[in-house]
Design a protein around this ligand. Structure first.
Ligand SMILES: *[C@@H]1O[C@H](CO)[C@@H](O)[C@H](O)[C@H]1NC(C)=O
Ligand SMILES: *[C@@H]1O[C@H](CO)[C@@H](O)[C@H](O)[C@H]1NC(C)=O
Ligand SMILES: *[C@@H]1O[C@H](CO)[C@@H](O)[C@H](O)[C@H]1NC(C)=O
Ligand SMILES: *[C@@H]1O[C@H](CO)[C@@H](O)[C@H](O)[C@H]1NC(C)=O
Ligand SMILES: *[C@@H]1O[C@H](CO)[C@@H](O)[C@H](O)[C@H]1NC(C)=O
Ligand SMILES: *[C@@H]1O[C@H](CO)[C@@H](O)[C@H](O)[C@H]1NC(C)=O
Ligand SMILES: *[C@@H]1O[C@H](CO)[C@@H](O)[C@H](O)[C@H]1NC(C)=O
Length: 469
């Protein structure tokens, strides 16, 4: 209702300005034509459609002279009059437009401006309710941050934008962008009230795609095929269904708090891949072959079905922790090599990696289930362990076994204990590498892992790796 009213008011204002531009230009700094209060008086007036069309079809060509006033490089807009002045003179603005946090109008109207060869920056403002630019087709960066009264954005013909950076716009709920945006470099949308984000459906590749803390966002569909730096989706609505069904390559990807996901075409991950605290029960990546960083599956409480059937190599660590419904870790039938450490925690009963030949880091395995057989890791078949990172610790139910190995997998020392018996009763103490084992038992699992891992799988596996070497 309110936003509809506002649209009408916007048109009205533009028409008014067209009919009598001198009013706008001569308005004093105090006069805020855009203020609700003033405009509300005219609410009854109807806007003739034709006039509006006339206005919108003003079509400057390349030859249209650009006033020097439009090439200043940076425009500080303190009040509505500044903006009225700028847009009346410049259909193309060469420079950044910065709307002051002192701007007290409720509407930012870009009026006649068609191109901004620079950024539009609006930050820390408590008054702005609406931003509109009915003629705006291109700009470099749309940088909106900490606008607590901002509800509605209307850029119906926007086609070109390089960076979308929207943060802390807690009541932003209406965005109209009908233009056909095909290319964007970075998209960050954080802390808004948007229920859908569908203006980038024709974009295939971005560097950064980061959608977080949009608490009403229940569905997100993208046609992205490649994300060259970071793909992050977290802390949106609990029910968020995420469709990344065209995604083929990604550099870093972190998915958290998602209830359903489609990443079926993902084939390569150049850095790390993490799925944390999601609600989905099934995660299928049948085409994924290689993860060049760390792979983490953490706290996905409903996860039952996992498919990594084509993965042959993980160059970083592998962390699978606290996925309570996951009874078997046996979904890597082709995995041959892990470049970092292994960290498995939970209530799983079985671990099976039929093709695994080499783990360059250490192994920390802890299951609350007594069904888990630790022997496979703690009693290497031919005397040489596939784990080459120095330490192996495997706990099944109450029993803990520890092993130290050298770089070739030769066993240097062994220890067994009951994991609830505390540090004093350490059980048997047979042989060489006491120092190392003790250090690991005292510090590694409890203090380092448990706290830090949850937030960053990557950094802790690195630490583990570092402890070892
Ligand atoms: C608005 O319209 C109503 C009825 O349509 C009328 O009574 C009222 O006087 C109008 N107000 C203005 C300010 O024109
Ligand atoms: C806001 O207005 C005050 C007083 O006029 C001024 O001191 C301050 O620099 C202005 N802030 C910005 C961001 O322009
Ligand atoms: C990611 O890896 C693929 C295949 O290994 C490669 O073609 C691509 O250039 C890499 N992308 C980046 C951003 O490094
Ligand atoms: C990928 O993520 C890791 C861990 O967060 C970070 O260290 C690394 O710099 C990221 N890589 C890129 C290209 O953003
Ligand atoms: C593994 O990936 C190849 C393509 O890279 C595909 O043809 C094959 O079907 C995949 N295997 C499985 C088990 O999905
Ligand atoms: C373990 O062995 C070391 C050296 O082999 C010895 O110094 C230490 O006292 C032993 N500890 C226990 C608890 O037996
Ligand atoms: C797994 O759950 C246990 C018990 O709630 C917790 O102590 C531990 O920190 C969790 N591990 C990770 C990696 O989140």
């Amino acid at each position: 209702m309110l936003s509809c009213l506002n649209t009408i008011l916007g048109f009205l204002f533009l028409v008014l300005q067209l009919i009598n531009p001198s009013t706008a230009k001569t308005s004093s700094n105090d006069l805020n034509i855009l203020d609700h209060n003033i405009i509300l008086v005219n609410t009854n007036a109807t806007v003739p459609k034709k006039e509006q069309t006339n206005f919108e079809t003003i079509n400057p060509t390349k030859d249209t002279k650009i006033d020097d006033a439009c090439k200043k490089g940076l425009y500080h807009i303190e009040n509505a009059a500044n903006l009225i002045d700028l847009q009346a003179k410049c259909w193309k603005v060469m420079g950044n437009i910065e709307i002051s946090s002192n701007f007290s109008g409720s509407m930012v109207d870009l009026g006649l401006i068609k191109e901004i060869e620079g950024d539009l920056i609006i930050k820390n403002n408590k008054h702005i309710f609406r931003i509109q630019g009915y003629n705006l087709e291109s700009l470099r960066k749309l940088d909106l941050e900490s606008l607590t009264a901002f509800v509605s954005l209307d850029l119906p013909v926007l086609k070109e934008v390089s960076t979308i950076d929207w943060r802390v716009l807690p009541i932003l709920s209406s965005v109209v962008i009908n233009g056909n945006i095909k290319k964007v470099k970075n998209i960050v949308i954080s802390d808004t009230a948007l229920t859908s984000i569908n203006y980038f459906n024709n974009v295939n590749e971005v560097d950064i795609f980061n959608i977080n803390n949009n608490r009403f966002l229940e569905s997100l569909l993208t046609k992205l095929e490649s994300v060259t730096k970071q793909l992050t989706v977290h802390s949106n609505a609990r029910e968020l269904e995420l469709d990344l069904s065209n995604l083929h390559t990604v550099e870093n990807m972190t998915i958290k708090d998602v209830s359903k996901i489609n990443v079926a075409k993902l084939a390569s991950v150049n850095s790390s891949l993490e799925f944390i605290e999601n609600q989905f029960s099934s995660l299928e990546l049948p085409l994924l072959t290689k993860v060049q960083g760390t792979l983490g599956l953490i706290d996905n409480k409903n996860l039952k079905k996992v498919d990594f059937s084509n993965v042959t190599e993980i160059q970083g660590g592998l962390m699978i922790a606290n996925n309570t419904e996951l009874i078997k870790i046996d979904f890597f039938p082709k995995l041959r090599q892990i470049g970092g450490a292994i960290y498995f925690e939970g209530s799983f009963q079985k671990i099976d990696f039929p093709e695994l030949k080499l783990v360059k880091g250490s192994a920390y395995i802890k299951s609350s289930s007594d069904e888990l057989n630790c022997e496979e890791f703690t009693t290497p078949k031919n005397g040489r362990s596939i784990i080459r990172g120095g330490k192996i610790e495997c706990t099944s139910g109450m029993k803990r076994k520890m092993l130290s190995v050298d770089e070739d997998g030769n066993v240097l020392g062994k220890q067994e204990s009951s994991s609830n018996s505390g540090k004093k009763e350490k059980g048997k103490n047979n042989t060489k590498s006491q120092g190392g084992s003790r250090k690991m038992e005292n510090s590694a699992p409890k203090d380092i892992f448990v706290d830090i891992f949850k937030t960053s799988v990557y950094s802790v596996l690195t630490i583990l790796f570092a402890i070892v070497f």
